[in-house]
Design a protein around this ligand. Sequence first.
Ligand code: TNX
Length: 527
Amino acid sequence: ILKTARHSGWAALLLSSTAFAQTVPPLTPLPASVKLGKGSFTVANGTGIAVPAGDTAAANAAKLLAAHVKVERGLTLGATGTSGAIRFERDASVQGAEAYRMTVDAKGVRIAASGDHGLLYGAMTLAQLLSPDHGFGKAVKLPALNVEDAPRFGWRGLMLDVARHFQPIEFVYGVVDQMASVKLNTLHLHLTDDQGWRFEVKRYPKLTEIGGWRTPPSTGGAPAPKVGGFYTQEQLKALVAYAAERGVTIVPEIDLPGHAQALVAAYPELGIFGDRPEVSHDWGVNPYLFNPGPKGIAFVRQVLDELMAVFPGTYIHLGGDEAVKDQWERSPEVQAQMQALGIKTENGLQSWMIDQFGAYLEQHGRRLIGWDEILEGGLPPSASVMSWRGEKGAVEAANQGHDVVLSPAPTLYLDSLQSDRRDEPPGRLSIQTLADVYKYEPMPAGIDAAKASHVLGAQANAWSEYLITPYQVQHMLFPRAAAVAEITWSAKDKRDFSSFVTRVQPQIARWRRSGMEVADSAFAVDY
Ligand code: TNX
């Protein structure tokens, strides 16, 4: 059925038919409550926006509304001032930092919130209503309605792996824009891996000079040119500020002690045995580990100092995944360190290391999050857990009183294909359809009711071994990112996949107009 589902002129449908009660406006994520009223209001070129005097967050929400509507609908809204038919208001009775109320009646549109992000999300809801997939450049007749809305979870995320295949910073800006448009608020950047180190560290320039570049296998004749790149701190600070205006917090990841080959290539003295590998040019689990001796601990603290100065968000991700401990087992130096610390297993040493950094981050008012392997040597009190090997790690950690984020493979792994179509761009062979992502429930069974608040939310991860170009990453992200948004924002008992599809399809045109590639193939599956 969904192959043919098409949404044409939802506003006309709402205004003219008797199907009012059944027809939900094409909003995704689905708001907590949408009630239709009587009458309508037409938004046209020149419709003005009013914000409270001196309210910079409201002015920002107004600016973003106008920007989205311009690009995605072709309408130029009027100036922002103290009067206008679209009004942003502060209202303390709308409770919750991200909550908002939007009312459309014959006089205009009112967006009310107590928090800055509530105003922003009201603006994004209105932008979606104003960008149906027909009539570009034309006025939009909005039916009278009342929307009351607030999110279910506080961590609504995507992860971009810019380590395996580096992406230009402009690409990340575009992702932030469209994350905000579906109320996703956390962008996790996987900044380091065996194949590349992407974060400029002023104290350790070789991390990017050497670690930021790799030589692909030669195809014969001359060696292939190096590929890679990195972000300067200045670029990242600008990105962080841009994302903050859009309610998006960036969580940077430095992956340790495994997935550290680019680091060891740049500074062999921070590895084991002084090995000097190349920056890796193939995928999988590599043997080169970071050395957690005193030099290494001091090094990471200095990297964290620079990282914290660029990324002001609470969470810093320190990896911890897939560190096969062979090098630690064979290193007399590491074994001596373990003995001196009274630590019996290599996993125990990893936990000790994580705790060193977790405590350091805590001293600076931050929190450490790591992949679920960090549970294996005993979870340090300072750590939160991102569960990728299913949900087991999340259940265990939450029940121990730690905060957790769900990003289980393969369901929330967006490097998986989304259909079996032959023209699907490359990815991992597993198929995770739009429906698979949508049907994922972020609150795992097995978490004690009293610990449920430790589930911060969920995120989907776009690992990029097979995603080379921005086009390919975007194709994997959209429309599945909208499903991630809905499972983390909307109430569980309101979720309905076929309703979601009718609401998400009208978004495709506006995403495309904003320059975002979207996978049509997501809709070419028989659900
Ligand atoms: C496992 S998920 C990894 C990544 C890979 C991913 C997909 C995780 C924490 N580690 O290094 O990119 O599988 O192949």
